[in-house]
Design a protein around this ligand. Structure first.
Ligand SMILES: [Zn+2]
Length: 484
């Protein structure tokens, strides 16, 4: 008799293990009425007519969205969310619609839905529609609704092809904007999948969602109204040697996904002359090349992403920094760069701004920076030491940001990519991956790093020169979808 009883206990203990995880209390005590009611309705259940991929996107209300890059505000039915119901902003929640963009918008407008999300995003191009105001409590994560902003991404958890580059890029910007607006820390503790919140029955976004890439992109965004820059001493540009045949790429995407003008294969043993290297971004570094420092043509002659595992060394920002440089914005605000040559300007209005850079022992440099409504701009400015033979003055490398979501390829204002300098990096992950040639974006390891600066546009002499946002990353439309 002893035997069976022990066995039963064993079974019960085993069953209890997963229960422990699910039974974890929510991060906050639930508010009145939160444990019951429509918040718990499975929002992936909708009438079949809403799952028609050919539905037309409903027109927006004409009201301005909270998020400046949303195409519009298309309110959910008022019975599908709680007016003013946000208690605190603790999470940005990544969802998968298990459906289509237009169908999900329509469903959230149906009073029968009893579900909603703040934002919905189209897979193919990352188009964002806002449906619930940030101050209102959307119904998307049960008893965490009072503390969470939700983004519904078009697609299906178990199907490849829906989480496009455009989706990652657009979603990362939206998430970063939400974090900045509402004081949410930029970390995986606060940027979570639906499945990661307590007491959920959903699995989205599922294993196909690349958190490492996503977090790298979130960290890389330059917040609204900011210019992130780095000032380097061109005479100390780094020389990085490739240890294997590898790709210089215009984006973090798998090289196989990129058009020929967005990738450039570099043989092993090639020396790259680099002005600045970003922190680890999903196993890659963004390299800002010195003039002639890249073997590639076009925009890739100035900036590109390389797989870290194929580089013999890395470029230490402190070793390249133009020490003692100061940066003046529009002839007024002046600040000194830090020990790694970095500077961050905040409160910068949309539009064109002039940056002048000077340092003892260097020719003056500068740049014109076109600041978009969002994100902010990033640039690398290289100064030439006096007597270096290059009397043209410093050159500026304006950060090529990913440009506008709409994919016009015409950066709305310079824009740089971000530099994430202001955020602490998570540590490491990608180090040891066995990806070859930087071809593949290794799916699924830990999280990305901070981003650094990137860019590149050779300056025009002397002094202030025009910096053009050169790299328009991630705008190319590509259909990787499994449907349509
Ligand atoms: Zn969900």
């Amino acid at each position: 008799m002893q035997g069976p009883r022990s066995a039963r206990w064993t079974v019960l203990a085993a069953l209890a293990v997963p229960g422990v995880a699910w039974a974890e209390p929510p991060a906050h005590p639930p508010g009145p009425g939160e444990l019951v009611g429509p918040d718990y309705v499975d929002h992936h259940q909708r009438p079949p007519e809403y799952d028609d991929p050919n539905l037309v996107v409903p027109p927006s209300s004409g009201a301005d969205p909270d998020y400046p890059l949303a195409v519009g505000f298309t309110p959910a039915d008022p019975s599908n969310y709680t007016n003013g119901g946000i208690v605190s902003y603790d999470y940005v929640v990544v969802h998968t619609m298990q459906g289509y963009y237009a169908g999900s918008i329509s469903w959230f407008q149906n009073p029968a839905a009893n579900v909603s999300a703040h934002y919905v995003m189209r897979s193919a191009d990352g188009e964002v529609t806002q449906m619930v105001r940030d101050d209102d409590r959307a119904w998307h994560v049960g008893n965490s609704n009072s503390y969470a902003l939700g983004i519904e991404h078009e697609g299906f958890v178990a199907e490849t092809g829906w989480y496009t580059w455009e989706t990652y890029l657009s979603s990362a910007r939206l998430t970063r904007w939400l974090c900045e607006q509402h004081g949410i820390p930029v970390s995986r503790d606060h940027i979570v999948g639906h499945v990661e919140l307590p007491n959920q029955t959903h699995t989205d976004p599922g294993p196909l969602w690349d958190w490492e890439l996503y977090m790298a992109l979130v960290r890389d965004v330059v917040p609204q109204g900011e210019i992130h820059g780095v000032v380097v001493d061109r005479s100390r540009a780094c020389e990085l040697t490739t240890t294997a045949s590898t790709w210089i790429k215009a984006t973090l995407e798998d090289a196989a996904e990129l058009a020929d003008d967005q990738r450039c294969q570099v043989p092993a043993g090639t020396t790259l002359r680099v002005l600045h290297q970003s922190p680890d971004m999903a196993g890659h570094a963004r390299l800002s090349f010195d003039t002639g420092g890249s073997p590639c043509a076009g925009a890739l002659a100035q900036e590109g992403y390389a797989w870290l595992g194929d580089l013999e060394t890395s470029c230490d920002p402190a070793a390249v920094a133009a020490e003692g440089a100061s940066v003046t914005l529009d002839g007024t605000t002046t600040l000194d760069v830090d020990g790694e040559g970095r500077f961050v300007l905040g409160g910068v209005a949309q539009g064109q701004h002039g940056l002048e850079v000077s340092a003892d022992g260097f020719l003056d440099g500068g740049a014109m920076v076109d600041v978009a409504v969002y994100p902010g701009a990033r640039l690398v400015i290289a100064l030439d030491p006096v007597g270096s033979g290059d009397e043209t003055g410093g050159s500026e490398d304006t950060g090529g940001d990913e440009g506008p979501i709409d994919g016009t390829g015409d950066p709305p204002g310079g824009t740089g990519m971000t530099s994430g300098d202001d955020l602490p990096a998570d540590d490491d992950p990608s180090a040891g991956s066995e990806d070859e040639g930087g071809r593949a974006l290794p799916p699924g390891f830990g999280e990305g790093e901070d981003a650094g600066c990137g860019c590149a546009q050779r300056g025009r002499p002397p002094g202030l020169a025009w910096g053009f946002p050169l790299l328009v990353l991630g705008l190319r439309r590509r259909s990787r979808r499994g449907r349509n």
